[in-house]
Design a protein around this ligand. Structure first.
Ligand code: NIG
Ligand code: FE
Length: 410
């Protein structure tokens, strides 16, 4: 049995409860002053405030220096595993090509598919392990990772095995999402329906048989998969026991958010172009809005209507969308800054959006996402006196020390 004490916490700020927070609960954070956390075997045993110190002896004592402590951040949407990079697209963007122009010309996601197919398991593992180290340094202690750059049986399974191996070997908790329907691969050009049939009949059941993913996701978008194809894919996923996610209304609103609400998807992601009825369907279905503001920034798009979503009672989460095309940044702190500045969410609403709400959308809300007795001691000691400072100092990394399951990892 190992007992650790974190003492001298200036402010301990956290949402509470292991459920998705919506409406007025989105911004309900507890703030304890002059607090301590006692940890036993990686789990929170006691939280005290107002200078009171937990009793008993400790194997290790950490002085938080009067600074802010929050739950470890949860990045609920990443495409962490990929071959190559796409820095050459910068020149194409400057020349006026937009995201879908590049994809339609056989570049974009398909470019990364070529490089991911060429990469070995070990190459992908080493590269993404380094990304996870970088994410930890930014204060992220749990993340989701999607397949979707293999687009055939061999390479989708290779990607999912990398994701699962990382989850086992790296301190980060990693939730695995199968996203075989990320694009139509060149072998199926102009045969999207047949590709979806192959996904439903062959690959998705195989992923389920091997237990490689908990979630299934599809890119429901103009020139990619339409709403009818998305319905077929997600209904099959639901029948196989997967929880559902969907990339919806990123560039065009073609019915993805309505489908998410109707099928009770755990989350719908992007939602830049969402309309009123899509939001109503999501509120009705209890679907979390997984918003990706750094993608809006990088693509030069508008920002999803996060305030309206909170007002409509949709749980809002904010993630990085780290990927080589539409968001080559894994800095979730930048997404926090944009959450305040562009979505106009309060710091408290943003903290919920990067902790408990994405934890629930990754199936890990019982384990992490809040600082409460019985939960994993996943936390950040910030180089900041309060969370407002984290929302304000964009461009710097304010994470000081990062703890995962009771061990200091940064
Ligand atoms: O979430 N929009 C689809 N998928 C990713 C981008 C993938 C890529 O461009 O490589 C996203 O933005
Ligand atoms: Fe994505």
């Amino acid at each position: 049995m190992k007992r650790t004490l974190i003492r001298n916490i200036g402010i301990l700020q956290t949402p509470t409860g292991s459920y998705s927070h919506k409406g007025s609960k989105q911004g309900a954070n507890e703030k304890y002053s002059n607090a301590c956390i006692a940890i036993e075997d990686g789990k929170i045993e006691q939280i005290t405030e107002d200078g009171k110190v937990p009793e008993g002896s400790f194997d290790e004592t950490i002085d938080a220096g009067g600074k802010l402590v929050t739950p470890g951040l949860v990045d609920g949407h990443t495409h962490l595993i990929f071959g190559g990079y796409r820095q050459h697209e910068i020149a194409m963007k400057l020349a006026g090509a937009d995201y879908l122009d590049i994809l339609r010309a056989g570049g974009g996601i398909l470019d990364t598919v070529r490089k991911t197919r060429e990469a070995s398991f070990d190459e992908l593992y080493e590269k993404s392990c380094a990304f996870l180290d970088e994410m930890l340094a930014f204060g992220v202690t749990t993340c989701e990772a999607k397949s979707g750059y293999g687009l055939d049986e061999e390479n989708e399974i290779k990607m999912l095995k990398v994701i699962n191996a990382l989850g086992e070997n790296h301190p980060m908790d990693v939730a695995a999402t199968f996203m075989g329907a990320h694009a139509i691969p060149p072998e199926y050009e102009d045969r999207g329906d047949e590709y979806i049939d192959m996904m439903c009949e062959v690959l998705m059941p195989e992923v389920q048989r091997q237990g490689l993913a908990e979630f299934c996701d599809i890119f429901c978008e103009d020139s990619v998969f339409n709403a009818e194809q998305s319905r077929k894919y997600l209904e099959k996923a639901r029948d196989l026991g997967f929880a559902l996610k969907i990339h919806a209304d990123e560039i065009e609103a073609i019915g993805g958010s309505q489908l998410a609400g109707e099928l009770g998807a755990v989350s719908a992601e992007h939602l830049i172009a969402i309309e009123e009825d899509g939001m109503d369907a999501m509120a009705e279905g209890g679907t979390t809005a997984m918003l990706l503001p750094a993608t809006s920034f990088y693509l030069g798009k508008t920002y999803a209507p996060a305030r309206t979503m909170v007002e409509k009672g949709i749980p809002v989460a904010i993630a990085s969308d780290f990927n080589p095309g539409s968001c080559p940044s894994l800095n979730l702190q930048f997404a926090i800054n944009l959450g305040c500045l562009k979505y106009k969410l309060t710091p408290e609403e943003v903290l919920t959006a990067v902790t408990i709400n994405p934890a629930c959308a990754c199936g890990k809300g019982d384990l992490t996402g809040t600082l409460e007795v019985g939960k994993q001691a996943d936390l950040v000691i910030w180089n900041a006196p309060d969370f407002e400072m984290v929302c304000y100092r964009f461009g710097s990394n304010l994470a000081g020390r990062v703890m995962k399951k009771g061990e200091i990892v940064v």
